[in-house]
Design a protein around this ligand. Structure first.
Ligand code: GLU
Length: 356
């Protein structure tokens, strides 16, 4: 069984008038049924709740944007799942709705509960359809978009490939409508060079943009999972991608060597850090070298913020460059008392360190 995660953006699922595009959803469901027959275990991350709610509920009176989004997402989620479930029934596939918040990824315990839930569904041959719990996720506690959510799910579930389906073929070297722009077929290693090409334009219906898509794709690929950005508006695109990816117009992020599940969890923990550890040049060089190095107290210059043993901390170079995330082996006062000292145990052990 090959486990994959498929993320479908709101723009793929909606028509230009904002209503859900049921024929597109039907084709996605058909592809999932065909993929399952080919031996793929699928996890679906689907947007579209807010868009579905907007076309169903007109809110005439002046209402704040948070409440409007809460109404639309909670009404629209029912609509969305009903459509998925009725089409899936034709293929005798059961589905489950899993709504998560960014907080669900914060503690390792919660994270493992969520992982167990998805594993149980998959073991019972049930298709998990995941979305952010938009009804309770508000501003600062929200995922940047569902690309971020799907990246975290892909890492957590250790999938073999992540497919991000949007309404364009992939990443272009300029405006996709400009005939001079070329599609970037493969991306490996540093994604910074891509940033020059990408516009900050957001999609019409979803929250996502190409910049977040690229940084998420880069991070997931770095943790060992190949990522494909492709056009979900094309019939049977997923089937074409799994059968002969080289013949399909899309952008593929080549994966680095697979990292441990703890490192994958850390890779998705940006924003959950309790403190920052500022490190010196020597420590930065050691961590960024090819050798497996832990962060020793001797390499720490200062600590900003408070933390307990086991908390996540951000590791920052002396120039301010953010280097990665780690799980600490000490609390703050102990770590602080060891600053600059040699011969002490690492503050962050290599096995609990993820570097960007
Ligand atoms: N969760 C939102 C929805 O279902 C979409 C977020 C996004 O656009 O990525 O409408």
């Amino acid at each position: 069984m090959k486990r994959i995660c498929i993320k479908i953006g709101s723009n793929v699922l909606t028509k230009t008038n904002g209503e859900l595009n049921t024929s597109r959803i039907k084709n996605i469901v058909y592809q999932i049924s065909a993929l399952r027959k080919l031996g793929f275990q699928c996890i679906l991350v689907s947007s579209g709740a807010v868009a579905a709610g907007k076309s169903k509920v007109k809110i005439p009176e002046k209402i704040d944007t948070v409440s409007a989004r809460q109404i639309w997402s909670s009404v629209g989620q029912v609509e969305l799942l009903n459509i998925y479930s009725s089409y899936l029934k034709e293929f005798k596939i059961d589905c489950a709705q899993v709504l998560v918040t960014k907080q669900s990824f914060r503690t390792r315990e919660h994270y493992l509960n969520m992982k167990n839930c998805l594993n149980s569904l998959l073991n019972h041959d049930i298709l998990p359809i995941i979305n952010e719990n938009d009804a309770v996720s508000v501003t600062a506690l929200m995922f940047t978009d569902n690309d971020e959510l799907s990246g975290l799910i892909a890492s957590m579930m250790n999938v073999e490939d992540l497919y991000l389906l949007s309404n364009i073929d992939g990443i272009y070297t300029g405006n996709p409508n400009d005939p001079a722009s070329k599609l970037v077929k493969t991306v490996s290693g540093d994604i910074n060079r891509l940033k020059q090409y990408i516009t900050t334009e957001k999609s019409n219906f979803g929250r996502g943009g190409m910049i977040t898509k690229c940084s998420i794709a880069g991070r997931v690929a770095k943790s060992g999972i190949p990522v494909h950005i492709a056009n979900g508006g094309i019939d049977n695109i997923l089937l074409q991608l799994v059968k002969s990816p080289e013949t399909v117009k899309h952008t593929r992020f080549i994966a680095s060597k697979k990292s441990s599940t703890v490192k994958q969890w850390l890779a998705g923990s940006d924003g959950f850090e309790k403190a920052k550890l500022i490190i010196n040049q020597g420590a930065e060089e050691a961590l960024c070298s090819k050798d497996a190095s832990s962060l020793l107290p001797v390499g720490i210059v200062s600590i900003i913020g408070d933390f307990e043993k086991g908390d996540i901390v951000k590791i920052v170079g002396n120039s301010g460059k953010i280097l990665g995330l780690g799980k600490t082996q000490y609390n703050k006062s102990k770590a602080e008392s060891f600053i600059g000292k040699t011969g002490e145990k690492p503050v962050v052990h290599y096995d609990y360190l993820f570097l960007y």
